[in-house]
Design a protein around this ligand. Structure first.
Ligand code: B3K
Ligand code: ZN
Length: 899
């Protein structure tokens, strides 16, 4: 790694401003693989030519853990040298053929980057920089080439041989081997290369596009899993139809394949025509998968499919532009899931869920040591920048563009973007420019340079708003001041362009009021978008007989924190009446959050009631509401998470946060006991299983009710509900109901939990994804005075546990360290010691997974003592480890630099 380390051996940062076009282009790549787990031979024949726009330089090809056997230039042995991991060749002609012969060892590849073996099947993962672990290459996204791939392997061991594009030839070879030859009709960067070889079976479906052209869709899995592929296939069909209907983007390949593997670092990968998926996002039937799994599968299948245009046809010039494809594609998958919803309520539920992810994961990232702009300026290891900022905040930036140009205008913008840049590797600027150019009269076009600060400035902007009613002039003036805190490397920020969706409600009746801005003759009803662009602004509404209740930031129209000193009465009005379902939910969250923060500040004891009667009555009203959907009720009744509450505090005592939130839950359980019983009875039967939003919402509410009923039983000593819950667990006709019942017993710490857990394991011992749930539920269970850490250590000794399998490692270690703050943050520091040991252990096996785990202590500097010092010490212990991967090194050194 010589070239990526400085004189002290420290990894050096790659900077966006240093971007330079490649000195050579690669036009064609012809790869031949002789697949063997211990020694795979790779013959790589490429046509290269000098980039005339770059001064003459040697050819520098990237490689990683390869054995190089031969280098031929135009068929002749060529002299070359190694500089670190790079293969360097001088004195090359302007155009030439380069032939490289290398070997690698897939069976020893525990990093799961490049070519690896999972359950006797070969898979690849090349994004971002994995192709260099297969052959020497210009492994950067702006080098796009045409690929021909021949796979050769034992026919008995690897009957299915897949790569990108179309199968053009296949046949037998001597000694029981066979081959398949694939040609990809589109040029692509190396990160989109893929191959799969193994014993697999496929569900197939043919679909007809609008043009009348037929396409073959395939979902490949291991033989026993075919009965779990229907939902993934349906999701794929829906994705193909949706992209064509909404954005006019058709499937451009004869054949589109999805293949599932149980050993995968992330969710899935959008390789051209050959998407490779973590089994978690493919396999589902009602016995093994929950409603949440079904919904995630739909999103991820959609996401990877939509990359076929936003990522594959138009890709990123360099990795700093990652959000160009990821932010846009998350936005597209969010829109897809919303468009599949049957009604406005289900759409709103999806929006609330997306915002909840943004606020509980991205806002803390934006406020912590790893904060970076949507288009970062530098990185040490690009794998660390597949973040919620690049993905989810990036999607919000795209959503704001849609808000500023309108839905139709945005579709025009997308059409122009793909017309202009098809087949190119481009930048975030190119994207924003296309959307603005297609909408020249829009606010986006007028404010484009300023709008693009969303790409360059990190940190979550804050809007401090307050309203003043002027009875004499019958006007209401909202003053809004925006600010953005410093982030690493960015001390000061310029104002952002913020689309602010607003409505006004009558305080007495809760009805929506007509809105007339001062100086305007139009009176509008419903939501208005006000575009903020200055540090401070005033918005005056006229024609108002009394002080209204402002409903600000409807639909979460911008990724900002809104400070507005709502009174409880105002929030109760919004919760009961706001026609905007997002803000209706948000009002309930604000009420819960205020109660939590007050109790934390007051050092309330375990027994002090945290929630007042008004709040409890309001929640009862929601639960009993005849019109509201079950899914929406479940979201309103879910208290803000411990992580979200902690983010609102300057100094966090995680045990206090945990205690207060648990007290709130206990209070909700007992105060609404009869209502929970009713909610359970009303929602427990959902008929034949379908994962649609309405029935999954009812299951979610029934599950929540059971949870509260078991919690209440714990306090009262009642045995009826735990007994009923155990029965429900045994009789359930689907995994959602079964798992919710199990969760109710485990999270209330009931004695029946042990037998339910044992039964669950016995029932599903051969279903890896269900066993992941079994591990995760236990490691993530609230400790309630018990001690989870010994159990976590014990789980790691279970015969089913494996550190090498990322899903399994996450199910125990991440569920404890990231998903269970009340158990992880211990005054004796044992949680942090456990964390540091696991980070170090994992780093030697799989740096990407280790670096993710390393992020669990990102927010250490906010912790109260003794947690703060202990956490810092644990991070320092990891940082001091010699030979740390670049991945983990970057995370822990940034964490330490944070304070
Ligand atoms: N593009 C991939 C992520 C690759 C992660 C590499 N460390 C999946 C996705 O976003 O669709
Ligand atoms: Zn993606």
């Amino acid at each position: 790694m010589l070239l990526q380390r400085d004189a002290q051996g420290q990894p050096i940062a790659i900077r966006r401003e240093d971007y330079a076009a490649p000195a050579f282009w690669i036009d064609t790549v012809d790869l031949t693989f002789d697949l063997d787990p211990a020694k795979t031979r790779v013959l790589n024949r490429m046509q290269l030519r000098r980039n005339p726009e770059v001064p003459a330089q040697p050819l520098r090809l990237d490689g990683d853990e390869l054995n190089l056997a031969r280098v031929l230039v135009n068929g002749q042995g060529a002299s070359f040298r190694m500089e670190g991991d790079q293969l360097v060749i001088d004195g090359l002609p302007d155009a030439f053929e380069l032939e490289l012969f290398t070997t690698c060892c897939p069976i020893k590849n525990t990093k799961l980057m490049g070519l690896f073996v999972s359950e006797d099947t070969f898979f690849t993962q090349c994004e971002a920089e994995g192709f260099r672990r297969i052959t020497y290459f210009l492994d950067r996204p702006d080098v796009m080439a045409m690929y021909t791939v021949t796979l050769r392997a034992s026919k008995a061991a690897y009957p299915v041989l897949l790569s990108n594009g179309n199968l053009v030839d296949q046949g037998e070879l001597p000694e029981g081997r066979h081959f398949a030859k694939w040609v990809d009709p589109f040029k692509k960067p190396s990160y989109l290369f893929a191959l799969v070889a193994g014993k697999l079976v496929a569900r197939e479906q043919r679909i007809k596009a609008r043009s009348g052209k037929e396409h073959l869709l395939q979902v490949y899995v291991r033989a026993g899993d075919l009965d779990k592929t229907e939902h993934a296939m349906n999701s794929l069909v829906n994705s193909v139809l949706w992209d064509e209907a909404r954005f006019g983007l058709p499937l451009d390949l004869d054949r589109f394949m999805i293949v599932a593997t149980s050993d995968f670092n992330m969710g899935a990968m959008e390789n051209k025509g050959l998407n490779i998926f973590n089994t978690k996002y493919v396999l589902a039937n009602q016995a093994t998968a929950t409603d949440a799994d079904y919904s995630n599968i739909e999103s991820v299948v959609g996401h990877e499919y939509f990359h076929n245009w936003s990522g594959d046809r138009v890709t990123c010039r360099d990795w700093f532009q990652l959000s160009l494809k990821e932010g846009l594609t998350v936005f597209r998958d969010q829109e897809f899931s919303q468009d599949l919803c049957a009604d406005a309520s289900a759409r709103a539920v999806k929006r609330i869920e997306d915002v909840r992810v943004l606020r509980t994961a991205q806002f803390p990232e934006d406020a912590g040591p790893m904060a970076h702009p949507v288009r970062p300026d530098s990185y040490i290891e690009i794998s660390n920048f597949y973040t919620v900022t690049i993905y989810e905040k990036g999607a919000e930036v795209v959503r704001m563009m849609q808000t500023l140009v309108g839905r139709k205008g945005f579709e025009k913008g997308i059409t122009l973007y793909f017309e202009r840049h098809d087949g190119q590797a481009v930048t975030c600027d190119d994207f924003a420019q296309a959307i603005a150019d297609a909408n020249p009269d829009s606010e986006l076009a007028r404010l484009l340079p300023q709008f693009k600060r969303w790409y360059s400035q990190a940190g979550t902007p804050r809007l401090a708003a307050h309203g003043v009613y002027d009875a004499q002039n019958r006007s209401y003036t909202l003053s809004v001041v925006q600010s953005c805190p410093p982030t690493p490397g960015q001390q000061t920020k310029e104002p952002f362009v913020i689309p602010l969706n607003i409505g006004l409600l009558d305080a007495a009746t809760g009805r929506e009021l007509p809105m007339q801005l001062e100086g305007e003759s139009d009176v509008a009803r419903g939501t208005r978008t006000i575009v903020l662009s200055r540090a401070g602004e005033q918005i005056t509404f006229v024609g108002l007989d009394a002080e209204p209740v402002p409903s600000i930031l409807r639909g979460f129209s911008a990724p900002v924190i809104l400070d507005f000193a709502y009174t409880d009465a105002q929030l109760l009005t919004l919760l009961a009446n706001d026609p905007d379902p997002f803000n209706r939910w948000e009002a309930g969250q604000r009420l819960g959050l205020c109660a939590a923060l007050q109790a934390i500040a007051a050092h309330a004891t375990d027994t002090t009631p945290v929630l007042n009667d008004a709040y409890l009555d309001a929640m009862r009203g929601v639960l009993r509401h005849p019109q509201l959907d079950a899914a929406f009720k479940e979201l309103v009744l879910t208290l803000p998470s411990e992580t979200y509450i902690a983010e609102q505090l300057d100094v966090v005592d995680p045990q206090r946060v945990h205690l207060v939130r648990e007290a709130m839950r206990a209070q909700l359980a007992t105060a609404l006991f009869a209502d929970w019983e009713q909610a359970y009875e009303d929602n427990k039967d959902t008929g034949a299983y379908t994962p649609d939003p309405t029935s999954s919402g009812r299951r979610a509410l029934a599950g929540m009710a059971l949870n509260f009923l078991c919690l209440a039983a714990r306090a009262s000593g009642d045995t009826v509900w735990p007994g009923k819950t155990l029965q429900r667990f045994k009789d359930a006709g689907n995994m959602t109901d079964r798992f919710n019942a199990l969760n109710a017993l485990v999270s209330s710490g009931h004695t029946l939990a042990a037998q339910a857990l044992a039964r669950f394991h016995a029932m599903f011992k051969d279903e890896a994804l269900v066993i992941d749930k079994w591990f995760s539920l236990q490691a993530g269970a609230s400790d309630r005075g018990g001690d989870i850490l010994p159990l976590v250590k014990q789980l790691m000794k279970h015969p089913d546990f494996s550190l090498k399998n990322p899903n399994r490692a996450r199910s125990v270690i991440f569920s404890y360290c990231s998903g269970n703050p009340g158990a992880f943050h211990r005054a004796d520091a044992a949680g942090y010691v456990f964390w540091s040991e696991r980070v170090i252990e994992l780093d030697a096996i799989n740096p990407q997974v280790a670096a993710r785990l390393a992020r669990a202590l990102d927010r250490w500097s906010k912790l109260a003592e003794p947690y703060r010092s202990a956490a810092r010490e644990a991070i320092a212990r990891v940082a001091a480890k010699p030979d740390l991967s670049k991945d983990t090194h970057e995370v822990v050194t940034r964490a330490l630099a944070g304070n």
